[in-house]
Design a protein around this ligand. Structure first.
Ligand code: ATP
Ligand code: MG
Length: 497
């Protein structure tokens, strides 16, 4: 195949304006050193015989350092390198929804070519301050503890940080499942994770009908280093297409620790000086230029929003590692997952004390703001009290006992099974009941039962109530009357049958 038609890419052929033809000098793993390319610039795209592409990553005195984007296969010394006087553009379009693509936007799901609407710059600059407006619309994550205590907003960046196997991915896939019918396009980007993990996510998405409004960018561990490096930028670029067309987008990066590892590997092969934890000096820039691309566009520009949920893995719960601290500083808050909680069966294993959202409750439904205002404090006080009671043997005061029981009720209410996001109207209803203190005296099993049954009963008794809560986002007097009646019936009549 001629390099002019681009790689085996069924999308719109990449137009190729050859400016220079160089020669491959050496190939070092996934890095090519090429010579005779004096006018190359950083970030520029090149092609090899056979159509494989590469991206210029740096220079030595004589040579150009090129990262191969794809399997390195047959590149050898002496091959020609065609330089293209432009940065990397890739196809975007509505037809990408429902598909699985690699970091070069090529379909990898065996469902045939994807018709592109346009080509976008992969390393696009983030929208400027004048193009943005404040984030104030709710992103419904469907995870109770998040929606009540650390609510998310469309257009924000919230980091998920925690050790291995603590339920980080599950919270993000739950958030994606919960966007069904919410008009949010979801992009799940897998970076450096085993293919088998992605397969599980794909079958979950298929089972839950998620592909109607979602797509996956796969930079799994078996893809080339170049693709893994590119994958999050490609995901952000695809998201930008929808955002700039006035839609709302949710992008999950799973995970950026692997992305940092990949970049470290690339940098070491490029002979760049290693810095802290052997990462190159520009690793901060690498992630911050990505994170900056999340935005809530202003209404004149369509008013679309792109929300980022990046995941970062820690070792032994150490959030002070280089990559986690970098990411904490460039996002609007973090959700911290704890192995200890996970092992205790408190799942999602989110540590309320260490998790924050700097957006606060600005974007929360009004009906949720009231009940959840004191929740964080009550929960933290309960944790503290719990620790104290473990040390002391003396009798507890009535008040302390009450606080403990309430804390237990809150804990139990916030425990949630995986793959079962809870609609916001249900959360509002359950929080109303919690605030009426009707759950405090119940044993655990009863609360568990309540979580499943109460909402079902409400829909049976007052079929319009959930929709009314969703539409108005406040609890009007009539709803209060309905809720009171429901609580009365549920606790006095139903349970006695
Ligand atoms: P990794 O570090 O391997 O990416 P992770 O932090 O993304 O892991 P998950 O893969 O989401 O964690 O979850 C780890 C395991 O815990 C999975 O087997 C998952 O099914 C289970 N799990 C996650 N959340 C819950 C939950 N709320 N209830 C029950 N099980 C859960
Ligand atoms: Mg995971």
């Amino acid at each position: 195949m001629s390099p002019l038609s681009g790689p085996d890419n069924n999308n719109a052929a990449i137009r190729f304006d050859i400016k220079e033809v160089g020669r491959v000098k050496t190939v070092r793993e996934f890095i090519v050193l090429a010579e005779n390319m004096p006018s190359c610039i950083n970030g520029q795209i090149v092609a090899f015989d056979g159509g494989l592409r590469g991206i210029v990553m740096g220079f030595t005195e004589q040579d150009v350092q090129i990262l191969i984007l794809g399997p390195k296969a047959h590149i050898k010394a002496g091959d020609k390198v065609y330089s293209k006087a432009q940065s990397l553009y890739l196809p975007v379009g509505n037809a990408f929804v429902g598909r699985i693509v690699n970091a070069l936007c090529e379909p990898v799901d065996g469902k045939g070519p994807i018709a592109a609407d346009e080509e976008y710059l992969v390393f696009r600059d983030a929208p400027g301050i004048m193009d943005r407006s404040t984030v104030e619309r709710t992103l419904e994550s469907g995870t109770r503890i998040i929606d009540t205590i650390m609510p998310l907003a469309l257009g924000q960046r919230q980091l998920l940080v925690g050790d291995r196997q603590t339920g980080k991915t599950t919270v993000t896939t739950d958030a994606i499942i919960n966007q069904k019918g919410n008009n949010v396009i979801c992009i799940y980007c897998s970076i450096g994770k085993p293919y088998s993990t992605l397969v599980k996510t794909i079958s979950l998405f298929e089972e839950k009908g998620v592909f109607d409004y979602s797509l996956i960018v796969s930079g799994v561990a078996s893809t080339s280093v170049g693709e893994q490096y590119l994958a999050p930028y490609t995901a952000a670029m695809l998201g930008e297409y929808f955002m700039l067309n006035g839609k709302d987008v949710l992008v999950v990066f799973d995970d950026l620790t692997r992305h940092a590892w990949i970049y470290r590997q690339i940098s070491l092969l490029l002979n760049r000086a290693p810095g802290r934890e052997a990462y190159p000096g520009d690793i901060f820039y690498l992630h911050s230029q990505l994170m900056e691309r999340a935005a809530q566009m202003n209404p004149e520009l369509g008013g679309g929003a792109m929300t980022f949920l990046p995941i970062v893995e820690t070792l032994q719960g150490d959030v002070t590692g280089y990559i986690p601290t970098n990411l904490v500083s460039m996002t609007d808050g973090q959700i911290y997952f704890s192995t200890a909680l996970f092992n205790k069966g408190i799942r999602p294993a989110i540590d309320v004390g260490l998790s924050v959202s700097r957006i606060g409750n600005r974007a929360q439904w009004s009906s949720m703001k009231g009940p959840s205002r004191s929740l964080r404090l009550e929960y933290l006080q309960y944790k503290e009290l719990l620790q104290m009671t473990q040390l002391r043997t003396t009798e507890l005061s009535k008040e302390a006992q009450k606080k403990l029981r309430r804390g237990e009720a809150i804990t139990e209410l916030l425990i949630q099974d995986k793959n079962n996001p809870v609609p916001m109207e249900q959360q509002v209803i359950d929080m109303y009941a919690l605030n009426r203190e009707v759950l405090d005296e119940l044993p655990r099993e009863e609360i568990r039962k309540f979580k499943n049954d109460f909402y079902r009963k409400i829909r049976e008794w007052f079929p319009n109530l959930p929709q009314q809560l969703r539409d108005s986002k406040i609890i009007v007097d009539e709803s209060i009357a309905n809720l009171e009646e429901a609580i009365y019936f549920y606790f006095n009549q139903e349970n006695k049958q």
